[in-house]
Design a protein around this ligand. Structure first.
Ligand SMILES: NC(=O)C1=CN([C@@H]2O[C@H](COP(=O)(O)OP(=O)(O)OC[C@H]3O[C@@H](n4cnc5c(N)ncnc54)[C@H](OP(=O)(O)O)[C@@H]3O)[C@@H](O)[C@H]2O)C=CC1
Ligand SMILES: CC(=O)N[C@@H](CCC(=O)OP(=O)(O)O)C(=O)O
Length: 314
Protein backbone atom coordinates (compact mmCIF):
# COMPACT_ATOMS: atom_id res chain seq x y z
CA UNK A 1 0.00 0.00 0.00
CA UNK A 2 1.28 3.48 -0.84
CA UNK A 3 0.72 6.23 1.70
CA UNK A 4 -1.19 9.19 0.27
CA UNK A 5 0.41 12.54 1.02
CA UNK A 6 -1.09 16.02 0.55
CA UNK A 7 0.65 19.36 1.04
CA UNK A 8 -1.83 22.13 1.86
CA UNK A 9 0.03 25.30 0.84
CA UNK A 10 1.78 23.79 -2.16
CA UNK A 11 2.38 27.19 -3.77
CA UNK A 12 4.06 28.95 -0.89
CA UNK A 13 7.69 28.58 0.21
CA UNK A 14 7.90 25.62 2.60
CA UNK A 15 5.30 23.63 0.60
CA UNK A 16 7.28 23.40 -2.69
CA UNK A 17 10.40 22.48 -0.72
CA UNK A 18 8.45 19.62 0.88
CA UNK A 19 7.37 18.54 -2.63
CA UNK A 20 11.06 18.46 -3.65
CA UNK A 21 11.85 16.11 -0.77
CA UNK A 22 8.75 13.96 -1.43
CA UNK A 23 9.82 13.49 -5.04
CA UNK A 24 12.83 11.53 -3.74
CA UNK A 25 10.75 9.13 -1.62
CA UNK A 26 9.42 5.85 -3.03
CA UNK A 27 6.24 4.10 -1.92
CA UNK A 28 4.18 7.23 -1.45
CA UNK A 29 1.53 8.85 -3.62
CA UNK A 30 1.65 12.63 -3.65
CA UNK A 31 -1.74 14.28 -4.23
CA UNK A 32 -1.99 17.80 -5.63
CA UNK A 33 -4.77 20.35 -5.66
CA UNK A 34 -5.55 22.38 -8.78
CA UNK A 35 -3.87 25.74 -8.39
CA UNK A 36 -7.07 27.79 -8.65
CA UNK A 37 -8.73 25.57 -6.02
CA UNK A 38 -5.96 25.87 -3.45
CA UNK A 39 -8.13 27.98 -1.16
CA UNK A 40 -11.39 26.16 -1.96
CA UNK A 41 -12.86 24.70 1.23
CA UNK A 42 -14.53 21.64 -0.33
CA UNK A 43 -11.57 20.69 -2.50
CA UNK A 44 -9.12 21.00 0.40
CA UNK A 45 -11.38 19.12 2.80
CA UNK A 46 -11.73 16.21 0.36
CA UNK A 47 -7.97 15.88 -0.12
CA UNK A 48 -7.23 16.33 3.58
CA UNK A 49 -9.57 13.47 4.47
CA UNK A 50 -8.32 11.22 1.70
CA UNK A 51 -4.67 11.59 2.68
CA UNK A 52 -2.74 9.50 5.20
CA UNK A 53 -0.43 12.43 5.91
CA UNK A 54 -1.13 16.14 5.38
CA UNK A 55 1.56 18.79 5.62
CA UNK A 56 0.10 22.17 6.53
CA UNK A 57 2.27 24.92 5.04
CA UNK A 58 -0.09 27.78 5.69
CA UNK A 59 -0.50 30.91 7.79
CA UNK A 60 -1.63 30.12 11.37
CA UNK A 61 -5.34 30.85 10.81
CA UNK A 62 -5.52 28.79 7.63
CA UNK A 63 -3.78 25.94 9.49
CA UNK A 64 -6.39 26.05 12.23
CA UNK A 65 -9.14 25.92 9.58
CA UNK A 66 -7.47 22.93 7.91
CA UNK A 67 -7.27 21.05 11.22
CA UNK A 68 -11.00 21.59 11.75
CA UNK A 69 -11.71 19.97 8.35
CA UNK A 70 -10.42 16.56 9.46
CA UNK A 71 -13.36 14.22 10.02
CA UNK A 72 -11.61 10.84 10.23
CA UNK A 73 -9.19 9.04 12.56
CA UNK A 74 -6.66 8.15 9.89
CA UNK A 75 -5.19 11.43 8.63
CA UNK A 76 -1.95 12.42 10.34
CA UNK A 77 -1.13 16.14 10.37
CA UNK A 78 2.29 17.81 10.29
CA UNK A 79 1.91 21.55 10.73
CA UNK A 80 4.66 24.04 9.82
CA UNK A 81 2.95 27.06 11.35
CA UNK A 82 3.16 28.57 14.82
CA UNK A 83 -0.43 27.63 15.68
CA UNK A 84 0.08 24.40 17.67
CA UNK A 85 3.70 24.28 18.81
CA UNK A 86 2.91 24.69 22.49
CA UNK A 87 -0.52 23.03 22.31
CA UNK A 88 -0.82 20.08 24.74
CA UNK A 89 -2.72 18.01 22.17
CA UNK A 90 0.14 18.24 19.70
CA UNK A 91 3.63 16.77 19.75
CA UNK A 92 6.62 19.05 19.28
CA UNK A 93 8.38 17.75 16.18
CA UNK A 94 11.96 17.95 17.43
CA UNK A 95 13.13 14.31 17.59
CA UNK A 96 16.51 15.24 19.11
CA UNK A 97 14.95 17.09 22.07
CA UNK A 98 14.94 14.20 24.58
CA UNK A 99 15.51 10.47 24.48
CA UNK A 100 11.75 9.83 24.37
CA UNK A 101 10.75 12.54 21.87
CA UNK A 102 11.06 10.25 18.84
CA UNK A 103 8.66 7.72 20.24
CA UNK A 104 6.21 10.50 21.11
CA UNK A 105 6.37 11.67 17.49
CA UNK A 106 6.00 8.15 16.18
CA UNK A 107 2.81 7.53 18.12
CA UNK A 108 1.31 10.96 17.44
CA UNK A 109 -1.08 11.95 14.67
CA UNK A 110 -0.64 15.70 15.30
CA UNK A 111 2.92 16.98 15.04
CA UNK A 112 3.96 20.66 15.06
CA UNK A 113 7.21 21.46 13.27
CA UNK A 114 9.34 23.80 15.45
CA UNK A 115 10.03 27.38 14.38
CA UNK A 116 13.35 27.87 12.63
CA UNK A 117 15.02 30.15 15.18
CA UNK A 118 13.50 28.13 18.03
CA UNK A 119 15.08 24.95 16.63
CA UNK A 120 18.57 26.47 16.76
CA UNK A 121 18.07 27.92 20.23
CA UNK A 122 16.49 24.88 21.88
CA UNK A 123 18.95 22.32 20.52
CA UNK A 124 21.89 24.38 21.85
CA UNK A 125 20.44 25.29 25.26
CA UNK A 126 18.17 22.43 26.37
CA UNK A 127 21.00 19.93 27.13
CA UNK A 128 22.84 22.52 29.26
CA UNK A 129 19.74 23.33 31.29
CA UNK A 130 18.75 19.67 31.53
CA UNK A 131 22.20 18.61 32.75
CA UNK A 132 22.14 21.25 35.49
CA UNK A 133 24.83 23.52 34.01
CA UNK A 134 22.78 26.60 33.18
CA UNK A 135 20.37 27.74 35.92
CA UNK A 136 16.70 27.84 34.86
CA UNK A 137 16.54 31.54 35.75
CA UNK A 138 19.62 32.46 33.65
CA UNK A 139 19.06 35.90 32.00
CA UNK A 140 19.36 34.50 28.49
CA UNK A 141 19.76 36.47 25.27
CA UNK A 142 20.04 35.32 21.72
CA UNK A 143 20.21 36.76 18.22
CA UNK A 144 19.72 35.15 14.83
CA UNK A 145 20.69 35.92 11.26
CA UNK A 146 18.32 34.54 8.63
CA UNK A 147 17.75 34.62 4.90
CA UNK A 148 14.60 36.29 3.60
CA UNK A 149 12.85 33.05 2.54
CA UNK A 150 12.09 32.68 6.28
CA UNK A 151 9.42 35.34 5.79
CA UNK A 152 7.58 33.37 3.07
CA UNK A 153 6.25 34.59 -0.28
CA UNK A 154 5.59 38.15 0.85
CA UNK A 155 9.11 38.86 2.11
CA UNK A 156 10.68 37.00 -0.82
CA UNK A 157 8.78 39.22 -3.22
CA UNK A 158 9.82 42.34 -1.30
CA UNK A 159 13.50 41.39 -1.60
CA UNK A 160 13.37 40.11 -5.16
CA UNK A 161 11.19 42.81 -6.70
CA UNK A 162 12.56 45.93 -5.16
CA UNK A 163 15.87 47.71 -5.17
CA UNK A 164 15.20 49.88 -2.15
CA UNK A 165 18.57 50.74 -0.69
CA UNK A 166 17.63 49.68 2.85
CA UNK A 167 17.13 46.07 1.69
CA UNK A 168 20.83 45.68 0.95
CA UNK A 169 21.80 45.93 4.62
CA UNK A 170 20.81 43.36 7.27
CA UNK A 171 17.60 44.43 9.05
CA UNK A 172 16.67 43.79 12.68
CA UNK A 173 13.03 42.89 13.30
CA UNK A 174 10.71 41.74 16.10
CA UNK A 175 11.99 44.77 18.03
CA UNK A 176 8.87 44.67 20.16
CA UNK A 177 10.88 41.84 21.82
CA UNK A 178 7.87 39.60 21.40
CA UNK A 179 8.84 37.30 18.53
CA UNK A 180 6.35 34.50 17.88
CA UNK A 181 8.90 31.76 18.69
CA UNK A 182 9.34 32.89 22.33
CA UNK A 183 6.71 30.56 23.87
CA UNK A 184 8.28 27.43 22.35
CA UNK A 185 11.81 28.71 23.13
CA UNK A 186 10.85 28.94 26.79
CA UNK A 187 8.84 25.73 27.02
CA UNK A 188 11.33 23.40 25.32
CA UNK A 189 14.61 24.92 26.56
CA UNK A 190 13.72 24.26 30.20
CA UNK A 191 14.30 27.93 31.10
CA UNK A 192 11.87 29.74 33.39
CA UNK A 193 11.56 32.63 30.95
CA UNK A 194 12.08 33.21 27.27
CA UNK A 195 15.35 34.73 26.02
CA UNK A 196 15.67 38.34 24.95
CA UNK A 197 15.62 37.48 21.26
CA UNK A 198 16.52 39.74 18.34
CA UNK A 199 16.42 38.25 14.83
CA UNK A 200 18.02 39.93 11.81
CA UNK A 201 17.07 39.28 8.18
CA UNK A 202 19.70 39.61 5.47
CA UNK A 203 19.64 40.03 1.71
CA UNK A 204 20.17 36.36 0.83
CA UNK A 205 17.65 33.57 0.25
CA UNK A 206 18.24 30.89 2.88
CA UNK A 207 20.42 29.96 5.86
CA UNK A 208 20.09 30.66 9.58
CA UNK A 209 22.61 31.11 12.40
CA UNK A 210 21.30 31.44 15.95
CA UNK A 211 23.92 32.84 18.35
CA UNK A 212 23.74 32.61 22.14
CA UNK A 213 26.30 34.38 24.36
CA UNK A 214 26.92 32.71 27.75
CA UNK A 215 28.92 33.71 30.84
CA UNK A 216 30.28 30.59 32.59
CA UNK A 217 30.65 32.49 35.86
CA UNK A 218 26.84 32.41 36.09
CA UNK A 219 26.62 28.63 35.59
CA UNK A 220 25.66 26.21 38.36
CA UNK A 221 28.73 24.07 37.61
CA UNK A 222 32.00 25.57 36.49
CA UNK A 223 32.54 24.85 32.79
CA UNK A 224 34.85 26.18 30.10
CA UNK A 225 33.92 26.51 26.45
CA UNK A 226 35.76 23.27 25.76
CA UNK A 227 33.77 21.46 28.49
CA UNK A 228 30.52 22.72 26.98
CA UNK A 229 31.56 21.46 23.54
CA UNK A 230 32.31 18.02 25.04
CA UNK A 231 28.95 17.89 26.81
CA UNK A 232 26.99 18.82 23.66
CA UNK A 233 29.02 16.43 21.49
CA UNK A 234 28.24 13.60 23.89
CA UNK A 235 24.52 14.53 24.09
CA UNK A 236 24.10 14.40 20.30
CA UNK A 237 26.63 11.66 19.51
CA UNK A 238 24.00 9.27 18.10
CA UNK A 239 22.07 11.90 16.14
CA UNK A 240 22.10 11.89 12.39
CA UNK A 241 21.11 15.47 11.70
CA UNK A 242 22.49 17.37 14.70
CA UNK A 243 26.27 17.63 14.59
CA UNK A 244 28.49 19.29 17.15
CA UNK A 245 31.66 20.67 15.63
CA UNK A 246 34.98 19.82 17.32
CA UNK A 247 36.37 22.58 19.53
CA UNK A 248 38.58 24.43 17.08
CA UNK A 249 37.15 27.83 16.34
CA UNK A 250 39.69 29.01 13.80
CA UNK A 251 39.03 25.99 11.60
CA UNK A 252 35.43 27.09 10.97
CA UNK A 253 36.21 30.54 9.71
CA UNK A 254 36.79 31.41 6.10
CA UNK A 255 39.32 34.26 5.97
CA UNK A 256 38.16 35.21 9.45
CA UNK A 257 34.41 35.00 8.77
CA UNK A 258 31.72 32.44 9.63
CA UNK A 259 29.80 30.98 6.68
CA UNK A 260 26.20 30.52 7.74
CA UNK A 261 25.14 29.03 4.39
CA UNK A 262 27.07 25.79 4.77
CA UNK A 263 24.06 23.70 5.82
CA UNK A 264 21.90 25.02 2.99
CA UNK A 265 19.90 22.41 1.07
CA UNK A 266 20.50 19.85 3.81
CA UNK A 267 18.64 18.81 6.95
CA UNK A 268 21.76 19.21 9.11
CA UNK A 269 22.06 21.52 12.08
CA UNK A 270 25.61 22.19 13.24
CA UNK A 271 26.37 23.48 16.72
CA UNK A 272 29.60 25.41 17.30
CA UNK A 273 31.08 26.35 20.66
CA UNK A 274 33.40 29.35 20.55
CA UNK A 275 35.17 30.97 23.47
CA UNK A 276 37.39 30.30 26.47
CA UNK A 277 37.25 30.05 30.27
CA UNK A 278 35.29 33.27 30.79
CA UNK A 279 33.04 33.71 27.75
CA UNK A 280 31.20 31.33 25.43
CA UNK A 281 29.29 31.81 22.20
CA UNK A 282 27.08 28.95 20.99
CA UNK A 283 26.11 29.09 17.33
CA UNK A 284 23.54 26.82 15.66
CA UNK A 285 23.76 26.81 11.87
CA UNK A 286 21.11 25.31 9.62
CA UNK A 287 18.90 25.93 6.59
CA UNK A 288 15.67 27.69 7.58
CA UNK A 289 14.01 25.67 4.81
CA UNK A 290 15.84 22.46 5.86
CA UNK A 291 16.03 21.59 9.57
CA UNK A 292 14.25 24.92 10.16
CA UNK A 293 11.05 23.86 8.35
CA UNK A 294 10.58 21.56 5.34
CA UNK A 295 13.43 19.12 6.06
CA UNK A 296 12.26 18.83 9.66
CA UNK A 297 8.71 18.21 8.43
CA UNK A 298 9.91 15.32 6.24
CA UNK A 299 12.03 13.91 9.09
CA UNK A 300 8.88 13.88 11.24
CA UNK A 301 6.88 12.15 8.50
CA UNK A 302 9.55 9.47 8.21
CA UNK A 303 9.36 8.82 11.94
CA UNK A 304 5.53 8.80 11.98
CA UNK A 305 5.31 6.34 9.08
CA UNK A 306 8.12 4.11 10.37
CA UNK A 307 10.41 4.95 7.42
CA UNK A 308 14.15 5.32 7.78
CA UNK A 309 14.56 8.81 9.26
CA UNK A 310 16.79 10.07 6.46
CA UNK A 311 14.67 8.98 3.49
CA UNK A 312 14.46 11.83 0.98
CA UNK A 313 16.81 13.93 3.08
CA UNK A 314 20.25 12.52 2.28
N1 LIG B 1 9.58 30.08 5.23
C1 LIG B 1 10.19 29.52 6.27
O1 LIG B 1 11.45 29.43 6.34
C2 LIG B 1 9.38 28.97 7.39
C3 LIG B 1 8.00 29.07 7.45
N2 LIG B 1 7.31 28.50 8.49
C4 LIG B 1 5.85 28.57 8.62
O2 LIG B 1 5.26 27.67 7.69
C5 LIG B 1 4.02 28.19 7.23
C6 LIG B 1 4.12 28.34 5.72
O3 LIG B 1 5.21 29.22 5.45
P1 LIG B 1 5.63 29.66 3.99
O4 LIG B 1 5.56 28.51 3.09
O5 LIG B 1 6.92 30.38 4.18
O6 LIG B 1 4.46 30.71 3.67
P2 LIG B 1 4.08 31.39 2.28
O7 LIG B 1 3.43 32.67 2.63
O8 LIG B 1 5.23 31.41 1.37
O9 LIG B 1 2.99 30.39 1.68
C7 LIG B 1 1.76 30.16 2.28
C8 LIG B 1 0.84 29.49 1.28
O10 LIG B 1 -0.42 29.29 1.92
C9 LIG B 1 -1.43 29.71 1.02
N3 LIG B 1 -2.63 30.11 1.77
C10 LIG B 1 -2.81 31.24 2.48
N4 LIG B 1 -4.04 31.24 3.03
C11 LIG B 1 -4.64 30.09 2.65
C12 LIG B 1 -5.91 29.51 2.88
N5 LIG B 1 -6.83 30.12 3.63
N6 LIG B 1 -6.19 28.30 2.32
C13 LIG B 1 -5.27 27.66 1.56
N7 LIG B 1 -4.04 28.18 1.30
C14 LIG B 1 -3.73 29.36 1.84
C15 LIG B 1 -0.82 30.84 0.25
O11 LIG B 1 -1.56 31.04 -0.93
P3 LIG B 1 -1.12 32.06 -2.08
O12 LIG B 1 -0.26 31.23 -3.01
O13 LIG B 1 -2.39 32.49 -2.70
O14 LIG B 1 -0.36 33.17 -1.45
C16 LIG B 1 0.60 30.32 0.02
O15 LIG B 1 0.68 29.52 -1.12
C17 LIG B 1 3.81 29.53 7.92
O16 LIG B 1 2.98 29.34 9.03
C18 LIG B 1 5.22 29.94 8.32
O17 LIG B 1 5.18 30.78 9.44
C19 LIG B 1 7.97 27.78 9.44
C20 LIG B 1 9.34 27.66 9.44
C21 LIG B 1 10.15 28.32 8.44
C1 LIG C 1 12.71 36.33 8.06
C2 LIG C 1 11.50 35.92 8.86
O1 LIG C 1 10.53 36.64 8.96
N1 LIG C 1 11.54 34.74 9.46
C3 LIG C 1 10.46 34.20 10.25
C4 LIG C 1 10.80 32.83 10.72
C5 LIG C 1 9.99 31.79 10.09
C6 LIG C 1 9.78 30.56 10.92
O2 LIG C 1 10.48 29.97 11.65
O3 LIG C 1 8.63 30.08 10.92
P1 LIG C 1 7.34 30.40 11.67
O4 LIG C 1 6.92 31.64 11.05
O5 LIG C 1 6.45 29.30 11.39
O6 LIG C 1 7.58 30.44 13.11
C7 LIG C 1 10.23 35.03 11.48
O7 LIG C 1 11.19 35.31 12.18
O8 LIG C 1 9.07 35.22 11.83
Amino acid sequence: MKYKIFVDGQEGTTGPKIHDYLSKIADIEVMKIESEKRKDYKARRALINEADVVFLCLPDDASKDAVSMVSNNKTKLIDASTAFRTDQDWTYGLPELHKNQRSKIQSSSRVAVPGCHATGFILAINPLVGEGIIPRDYPMSCYALTGYSGGGKKLISQYQNSNKEQLFAPRQYALNLNHKHLPEMRLFSGLNSAPLFTPIVGNYYQGDAVSIPLLPRMFIKKMTARDVQELLASYYKDERFVRVAPFDSEAYLEEGFFNLMKCNNTNYLDIFVFGHDDQILLVSRFDNLGKGASGAAIQNMNIMLGFDEGVGLE
